[in-house]
Design a binder for this molecule. Structure first.
Ligand code: FAD
Length: 401
């Protein structure tokens, strides 16, 4: 077991590991400031939708899974249900609806209706060890990986077909080769899908290992063994965290003008609004230097549109699978991050420069998409910061041996 640190180009991007390393500290600091501000810390979501794929197998009873909502009177008036429902009725677009949630044709996720769900203060809900594990957690991951099966253009979800495979292998490598690729049927898009999911899984594992509860002492702290076991002993998992970071940075970079023109001035506190814009512009500026993901090489060729529709359908299913996560805290962060990744992919794979124009297409993104995108980037950059800290712990431990 080596203290693994990837070097050189990051596949499917025009960026290398060293460049991302070079900005991680500054980006982490700017994003930490940004996500504590009111616009980015309140996230509205319906956490209690029924799991559409299998009967409820009981919720996590560990106190670590529990969560509290924010009273609507504590959030700025502009975001409250009554105000939003007035806006909604005047701007109905082409939508495909399921009860309470919907997607537009260009979306990679199901979104909640603005008027449904509760507000959560993400600052008060750290993504860390909760104790959620076992059959329920494994089944969710397994189902998410099973969505990486391209070639059938049926719309599983809309036809009500479950994507879940109930028997579980001991490891995902029984589904995929060691490098995470099913070589019988692989294509670039399929590999990208796998990297996105495996990178998300690795990032969540990094968080729960970094803020881990020692069951014997009751103390919270980094657990190096947990990190080595779940992430570092599979070097490609570490690489996919970088991959996701570059994908998200590219989306933020392309969205720069849109984000700069977005209306953050709804909190009533001018100092917060000024800080929000200042921090955001620092993040956008770094994203423009480093976010060199090359989306133009994807979805080309003969069946590009069919493949893209399948990709979208599968990722939308992933956002619905989040309703099957049996731990409130994990479900909240699962929803934030799948929405954030879906938003990034919509920007990269669906939008041309005209569509990104903030003046001709001001309603391109819902507030929850902007909040999810920036918080998801924060999650991945924080993971990279934790990976660095684990590397230091590993070096210190081995130098004293
Ligand atoms: P799991 O992490 O459940 O993995 C299952 C199998 O997948 C492993 O045996 C391995 O073969 C394979 N695998 C693992 N990582 C990867 C990877 N990166 N790429 C490819 N294959 C992989 N728990 C918390 O404590 N806090 C949280 O905030 C939290 N959030 C969660 C959010 C979601 C959406 C889900 C589904 C689960 C969450 N969990 C959380 C649970 C956590 O992810 C694990 O499922 C749990 O800790 C049990 O871990 P495990 O060792 O059984 O392996």
């Amino acid at each position: 077991c080596k203290n693994y640190k990837p070097t050189g180009p990051i596949e499917t991007t025009m960026c290398d590991y060293e460049t991302v390393e070079g900005v991680t500290e500054e980006l982490f600091s700017n994003l930490s400031e940004l996500v504590r501000l009111p616009f980015f810390r309140y996230f509205q979501v319906d956490l209690y939708r029924e799991c559409p794929f299998w009967p409820d197998d009981g919720l996590c009873s560990d106190p670590g899974c529990a969560i509290t909502t924010v009273d609507e009177s504590d959030v700025p008036e502009k975001w409250r249900a009554a105000t939003l429902s007035k806006l909604e009725s005047s701007s109905i677009e082409k939508r495909h609806e399921l009860p309470g949630c919907y997607y537009r044709d260009s979306d990679f996720c199901f979104l909640d209706d603005n008027t449904e769900g509760d507000y959560y203060d993400l600052r008060l809900v750290p993504e860390r060890y909760t104790g959620y594990s076992g059959f329920g957690a494994n089944r969710v991951w397994r189902s998410i990986y099973e969505e990486n099966c391209f070639g059938l253009s049926e719309l599983n979800l809309m036809s009500g077909k479950s994507p879940a495979v109930v028997s579980l292998p001991d490891s995902m490598s029984e589904v995929f080769d060691e490098d995470g690729i099913d070589h019988n049927q692989h294509c670039l898009e399929k590999r990208v899908y796998y990297k996105v999911i495996s990178g998300l899984h690795a990032s969540i594992s990094t968080h729960l290992c970094f803020e881990h509860l020692n069951q014997t002492t009751g103390q919270w702290g980094p657990n190096l063994e947990c990190f080595i076991d779940r992430v570092a002993s599979h070097p490609e998992r570490v690489q996919y965290i970088y991959f996701n970071a570059v994908l998200l940075l590219r989306a933020v970079s392309r969205l720069g003008p849109y984000l700069s023109a977005y209306d953050y001035c709804s909190t009533g506190n001018h100092e917060d609004d000024r800080e929000t814009l200042a921090n955001l512009s620092k993040v956008v500026s770094i994203a423009q230097d480093v976010g060199k993901f090359d989306e133009t090489i994807l979805f080309r060729g003969e069946n590009a549109n069919v493949l893209k529709e399948e990709f979208k359908t599968h990722f939308r299913n992933v956002t619905r699978i989040m309703d099957c996560v049996g731990c409130d805290k994990c479900r909240l962060w699962g929803k934030v991050q799948t929405t954030g990744l879906a938003t990034a992919m919509k920007i990269l794979f669906e939008m041309d420069e005209k569509a990104l124009d903030p003046y001709s297409n001001a309603n391109l993104l819902q507030r929850s998409e902007v909040v999810a995108l920036m918080n998801t980037l924060y999650r991945f950059i924080e993971s990279l910061d934790s990976v660095n800290k684990f590397r230091t712990m590993w070096s210190e431990m081995n130098s004293t041996d």
